[in-house]
Design a binder for this molecule. Sequence first.
Ligand code: SF4
Ligand code: SF4
Ligand code: SF4
Length: 380
Amino acid sequence: MSGIEVNGCYLARSSDPDTVEEAACGGVVTELLRYALREDLVDVAVCVERGIDALDGRPVVVDDPAEVPSGSYHCAPTQLARLVAELHREDPELRVAVTCRPCDARALERLAERDLVSLDRVYRIGLNCGGTFEPRVVLEILEEHDVDPLDVEREEVAKGNLIIELRDGEEIKVSIDDLEERGSGRRESCRRCDENVPERADLACGNWGVPDEMMGKWTFVEVKTEDGRDLLAGAVEEGAVEVLEAPERSVRIREKIDEIMRKMARSWREKTLDEDHLAEALEALNRCIKCRSCRQVCPVCEACEEEGCWAFAGRESVTPTPAWHAHVAQCVALYCVECGACETACPAEIPLTRIYSVLRERLPDLLDRIMEGRRASAGE
Ligand code: SF4
Ligand code: SF4
Ligand code: SF4
């Protein structure tokens, strides 16, 4: 089928020059969503559209191929999995194509484990992700350059830089390492994230490995599953998408970038999940203003609804107390996908994911020890 194979790596772009121009990396993701809707492979596409400005990416559900938005949004919330769960709660038969970062894809899997999402009715168009930013970080950069957010055409992350393209064609390029040395940069949970190529998606799309001369106009696509293969092959056969076999050098460069990102993530984990940072996060819980936003945005808290802790999860009027935080921590530690949405939503800037991550790292050991104790007492 068009020579597209599972585990194959390709360079791809939209066949429509206007879409290539409009989109961040050749518009292949936009084109795949449009193709899936046009061919009635799905009922709706779930993706992100521009809100007031380019920093304001908003989740959207569309059923008309002409309405599929394009663009990349590194300040957008990661709540698309939650949106899919809401759609499947209303109609479990709904066929969906969703763009997903690795943490969205992990959340979809967690929700599917609890039958809250039917993965066999979902095309997961994965997006590589090296990290996202709180909007205030980008706003500070714009302020330093005296730029109105409304003058931003689009933003992109490439080769370790945050690139902000303005409507007048100018570009602001900031090194992410420099930002992070100044205590700014990517969200804390993103720095620790070591899954940058989505492993649990049907396709993994991104700009890593795209040759310099094609950068911004093509996307590197890895086919992860048979569904991904059929989707890409169908779009190619229909003439909506052009593909080239990815050169060996592109594949190696992409692997190298992934390796570097994983190494950086491991080092951030060591740096930010130590006793001192944990103590700081626990102390910060005293700043909680009891708004419950952290639970309302959590994609995996959807899973709690069926299990009676809906109130604790924050949907009902239970006041967050230390007991509430303790309950949430032990509950979400099991399912947390470390997306950082809770921290983004927290007006008191409490580094919640540190607590959940530490608990999550210690839980398997704790569970093993409990099982060992059980086996010992049973004389096994
Ligand atoms: S946690 Fe951050 S870096 Fe990891 S996939 Fe999600 S948004 Fe991307
Ligand atoms: S607890 Fe926070 S980091 Fe974990 S899945 Fe929920 S919103 Fe994401
Ligand atoms: S979002 Fe922050 S302030 Fe609000 S309940 Fe959660 S931890 Fe407390």
